[in-house]
Design a protein around this ligand. Structure first.
Ligand code: SAM
Length: 369
């Protein structure tokens, strides 16, 4: 793409101007300024013209569960404390990236609620003007204690991971007897008004597939969004087999036994989930098929690991180091340029179905899922 200004055909509501690499050393990368609702908006575009506006930050690799599909009972080697980004460092990264077009941030882990000082950190993040959507993914164990303070600190919405609605099965999957604490956390999140509350269920053949309908029935009377996620080949947990995946089409068939599925159009902040409502239900259903349906064309995200590496794709071990830069006096401009390098490195597609595919080296708990 050459220098200069070009009209971009982004969507019906956007009038875009590409401003290409004015003095940028990195060719092929462009920032885009668009007019949306009469406001100028800066956008990051990768070489495949995907708009990248979402940063998923794993703030710790520590977790208080040992889910079988994620890690072994004894845990995995932990990142030394001094290698983990401080909150101050993460805030600086977010502030700089936000000026470049990152407007959506999700905190994850490990388990983000086990990291000390999380409420104050959320409060500081929520004050970054350009961040329009701030969310957090948790296993819910500590949510009853934190929900109120997180909401007060500016958290808008929350995702809670839960793979079973029975105490025994929960215990079998997570190796911890904490189902009641998680459920109390969900109730508290509802009570304090976090909204929306999304429950993420990883559906695994032969493990919890018999609970698909019971999860869906929760939406009939509660304003919850139940999201079914395909089991992905990742992590250091029990061996992943393709036959364990319950594909989205199969999940959908099962959901239709509960009631008629009415499609809901995607909103601006929606990720790759296909949204539905069971006729008459208060809540919603979301279907996320990272394995069966490539949604790479719409991928809008980058990930930041606890030790300060940007990952461009969940399934790629390509990492761009920003911690080294931060700790060696790098300027904000240097950080911006690292961001652009990450953008350039973002693969067009994940390699799951190709012969080159191998499980990524980092565990999901150190990437953030
Ligand atoms: N501790 C938090 C939680 O439980 O939500 C955040 C981290 S956890 C790694 C994030 C999500 O990744 C969870 O919903 C978990 O179920 C999901 N996950 C982990 N391994 C997975 C896999 N192999 N396939 C699909 N989802 C997975």
């Amino acid at each position: 793409m050459g220098n200069g200004i070009q009209m971009a055909n982004i969507s019906d509501t956007d009038i875009g101007l590409f401003i290409s690499d004015f003095g940028m050393r990195i060719l092929d990368l462009v920032s885009q300024i668009a007019v949306r609702n009469r406001k100028w908006e800066i956008m990051l575009l990768d070489p495949f013209r995907r708009k990248i506006n979402y940063l998923r930050i794993s703030i710790t690799d520590r977790c208080n569960l040992r889910c079988r599909y994620c890690m072994p009972e004894e845990g995995i080697p932990l990142i030394p404390h001094e290698e983990i980004l401080t909150y101050e460092e993460i805030l600086r990264i977010v502030r700089v990236f936000a000026t470049e077009g990152i407007s959506k941030v999700r905190l994850t882990g490990g388990e983000p609620l086990v990291r000390k000082g999380i409420v104050d950190f959320v409060s500081r993040l929520s004050q970054i003007e350009e961040i329009k959507d701030l969310s957090l993914t948790t296993n819910g164990i500590l949510l009853k204690e934190f929900a109120h303070d997180l909401k007060k600190a500016g958290l808008r919405r929350i995702n809670i991971s839960l793979d079973s609605l029975t105490k025994e099965r929960f215990c079998q999957i997570t190796r911890k007897d904490d189902f009641e604490r998680v459920w109390a956390g969900i109730e508290e999140a509802l009570r304090v008004g976090l909204f929306p509350i999304k429950i993420n269920m990883v559906a695994i053949q032969g493990l919890n597939d018999d609970e698909i309908e019971s999860f869906a029935r929760l939406t009939l009377h509660l304003p919850l969004i139940i999201r079914y996620i395909e089991y992905m080949p990742s992590g250091n947990g029990e061996e992943w087999k393709e036959s364990d995946i319950l594909t989205i089409p199969r999940i959908k068939d099962r959901l239709e036994r509960v009631g008629k599925l009415i499609p809901i159009p995607s909103g601006r902040w929606d990720g790759p989930a296909k949204r539905f409502r069971i006729e008459g239900a208060l809540g919603e259903i979301g279907l996320i098929g990272p394995v069966s349906s490539h949604f790479c064309d719409d991928c809008n995200r980058l990930r930041l690991t606890p030790d300060g590496k940007i990952r461009t794709c969940l399934f790629s071990d390509e990492e761009i180091d920003v911690k080294e830069l931060l700790r060696n006096g790098g300027s904000d401009q240097d950080l911006k340029e690292r961001l652009l390098v990450a953008l350039r490195e973002k693969p067009e597609r994940h390699p799951i179905h190709t012969q080159h595919f191998k499980k990524c080296q980092r565990n999901m708990s150190a990437i953030g899922g």
